[in-house]
Design a protein around this ligand. Structure first.
Ligand code: SF4
Length: 324
């Protein structure tokens, strides 16, 4: 196992290429202060355009077709427009960004984004991070007053503008939601709320990763998985009824045997890089039964922090290995 270059449990490289996909780190600056952020107290800076451009050139040389920008909030990177223009110049097929969507509340930003970042011949996947269906839950999680209303207004403005400019077919909208003590009882309502816009086609429920900020607020934030389980399953059922794709991430796979198609890490074609596996296994606990399981290496199990706080006996009856 490689030695990490920093002290964080969750280490991100500047560039990570697996087959046709490159994940490129853009920096750590953000305009939210989410209490479960895995970037936590890392030094806050954005990488320079020149350095990211070099990564994009490397990706092109290695025949990458999909660029996934990761790290902080790309919409506040001063070179966001130049980055998209450069991706288009290099003819990448798809660019993925994760955003809290608050910048899209501002017309000048949305107009410029649609003008300079969205192209008919390059797909853009927008992963919007919001964690509730109302501001009373969302805003304290992200430590920003009106953050929820800005984000939802921003998403609606963006799609309106895309439609006006006849660019809506180039953009695929998705939601990331981090499951925590404050929202887990409302997962079905959140799915219905997202579906009601008619703009977002895909929802990702991510089990909270107890690194950095989330580790510090573990007790306040993290629910027991067996408490969450029925709500996640109910939300999956509802998503199927109303016709929106819902996937779960960072949960032991066998807790969802009847919903295997909804496990994000097992999606067709999804690839695990050495980097993913390293991150998964460095700080996770696997049950004794897991050794018999065909997903022993790829399944996230539960984190060591989770085990330390809650133990694992409450999960024992749910653990059932997949045969090899
Ligand atoms: S048995 Fe263990 S490795 Fe297999 S899916 Fe369950 S938790 Fe994951």
């Amino acid at each position: 196992m490689k030695k990490l270059k920093n002290n964080s449990q969750y280490y991100q490289k500047d560039i990570d290429i697996v087959d046709s996909e490159a994940r490129i780190l853009t920096g750590f600056l953000c305009n939210n202060r989410c209490i479960f952020c895995i970037e936590g107290d890392r030094p806050k800076y954005n990488r320079k355009f020149k350095a990211i451009k070099k990564n994009l050139d490397e990706a092109k040389e290695k025949s990458v077709s999909l660029i996934s920008f990761c790290g902080g909030e790309l919409s506040i990177h001063k070179d966001i427009f130049k980055l998209f223009e450069y991706c288009h110049k290099l003819k990448f097929e798809e660019v993925v960004i994760a955003t809290n969507a608050r910048m899209f509340y501002y017309d000048w930003f949305t107009d410029k984004f649609v003008d300079r970042c969205v192209y008919h011949d390059m797909k853009t996947k927008m992963v919007f991070s919001y964690h509730a269906h109302k501001s009373e839950i969302h805003d304290p999680l992200c430590s920003i007053n009106n953050g929820f209303s800005q984000a939802i207004t921003g998403i609606k403005k963006l799609f309106r503008k895309l439609k006006d400019e006849k660019k809506d077919k180039s953009v695929y909208g998705s939601q990331n939601l981090v499951i925590n003590r404050f929202n887990y009882k409302y997962l079905s309502e959140i799915v219905r709320f997202t579906h009601s816009f008619g703009l977002i086609k895909h929802i990702q429920f991510i089990n909270i990763l107890p690194y950095e900020s989330a580790e510090k607020s573990f007790k306040k934030l993290v629910p027991k998985i067996n408490q969450v389980l029925p709500y996640v399953k109910e939300a999956i059922k509802d998503s199927k009824k109303i016709g929106i794709n819902l996937y779960i991430e960072q949960m032991p796979f066998c807790l969802f045997k009847e919903y295997k198609d909804n496990i994000s890490e097992l999606l067709d074609g999804r690839i695990f890089s050495e980097f993913d596996i390293e991150n998964i296994n460095r700080s996770s606990y696997k049950f004794p039964e897991c050794k018999e399981c065909k997903y022993y290496l790829n399944c996230p199990g539960v984190s060591n922090t989770y085990k330390q706080y809650f133990g694992t006996s409450h999960l024992k009856k749910h653990i059932s290995p997949y045969s090899k």
